[in-house]
Design a protein around this ligand. Structure first.
Ligand SMILES: Nc1ncnc2c1ncn2[C@@H]1O[C@H](COP(=O)(O)OP(=O)(O)OP(=O)(O)O)[C@@H](O)[C@H]1O
Ligand SMILES: [Mg+2]
Length: 310
């Protein structure tokens, strides 16, 4: 997962990482969930909201997932269950499904479920996720827990409304098509288990690595430090900090403006290195003069991101 402030190079780093993984032979899926995705610009090819193979790169697939697609998928997967649970508590019609799906911030929850499903299907060896700018990513991480605590409230309310477990069971085991009907409490349990799987997926260092991208400038560094401590607060270890747009000494040699700018950058890089735990892997990427678009650029960028690779 790639996160960081807007415009710092998340998409570029995510593309270069996905490119590199696919070159190593991993079947890789690159996902952008940014409301203004730019994978198509990077690969100079339309990607869109369906998973497609990336032209000229073996093993690499990509998708720019949008809100409508994720909501549609969620409604067909969970709509009936949501209706059953809510209508057992309140006199509502099926419009309640749309109401729930439009709740602010719920997109993040849907997105996590989409990623979890892709992960559990094991079609891809690696999933590289280019997230939306920092604020969204943080909200995203809070959702499974908020969701789980909501479920607790729903569950308790349910117990209060129904008089006794037997009655709950009788009232809630209406037929649901083929197979054994699922009780409402089983449905709530299923949702809780799903939220737990999401929490586990994003916290398990064996499956998920967070990569934070930053640039050595005051405001971005401050936000990055806050982001990193919030991640740690959630028990999510960040594996890699990428410091992008670093002016190289040879590029600054002839220009007093760049020299001055580089001095400020070096100050911020030292600050970062002093204040973060020494085990954190930090990679500096130079500020490049050319436009970063197309395979050549991705390849070039990947060489900076993976200096020890082939
Ligand atoms: N090292 C670099 N040297 C020069 N240009 C760069 C470098 N890294 C990224 N860029 C350029 O900076 C711009 C922003 O990069 P990118 O789109 O990867 O950032 P982002 O964090 O994904 O932005 P957003 O938050 O808007 O999604 C792009 O035009 C990209 O080509
Ligand atoms: Mg981006």
């Amino acid at each position: 997962m790639f996160g960081g402030k807007g415009g710092v190079g998340k998409t570029t780093c995510a593309c270069a990482t996905a490119f590199r993984l696919s070159k190593e032979g991993f079947k890789t899926l690159l996902i952008s969930s940014d409301p203004t995705p730019s994978l198509s610009d990077m690969f100079t090819k339309h990607i869109g909201n369906m998973i497609v193979p990336v032209r000229n790169i073996d093993n690499l697939f990509a998708v720019e997932i949008d809100r409508e697609t994720v909501v549609h998928r969620w409604k067909s997967k969970f709509g009936d269950e949501v209706y059953r649970v809510v209508s057992s508590l309140l006199p509502v019609d099926r419009g309640v499904i749309d109401y729930v799906a439009e709740a602010p911030g719920i997109d993040e929850e849907f997105l996590l479920d989409y990623i979890l499903e892709l992960f559990e299907e094991r079609i891809y060896d690696k999933i590289v996720w280019d997230t939306a700018p920092a604020g969204h990513t943080l909200r995203l991480l809070q959702y499974p827990e908020i969701f789980t605590s909501h479920l607790d409230v729903v569950g308790k309310t349910y117990y209060r409304i129904a008089s006794g477990y037997q009655r709950i069971k009788r009232a809630s085991t209406r037929p649901r098509g083929k197979g054994k009907p699922m009780s409402l409490l089983e449905t709530l349990e299923k949702w809780r288990a799903l939220a737990q799987r999401v929490i586990h997926l994003i916290r398990d260092v064996n499956t998920t690595e967070f990569e934070v991208v930053t640039i050595p400038e005051a405001m971005v560094v401050n936000l990055t430090m806050r982001l990193l401590s919030t991640f740690e607060g959630y028990g999510i270890p960040v594996g890699h900090l990428i410091v992008n747009n670093v002016i190289r000494s040879q590029d600054a040699a002839e220009c007093s403006f760049l020299k001055k700018k580089r001095r400020t950058q070096l100050k911020w890089i030292s600050y970062i290195r002093e204040h973060l735990r020494p085990q954190l892997k930090i990679t500096e990427i130079p500020l490049l003069s050319s436009d970063l678009q197309g395979l050549q650029s991705i390849h070039q960028f990947a060489r900076y991101l993976f200096p020890h690779g082939n």
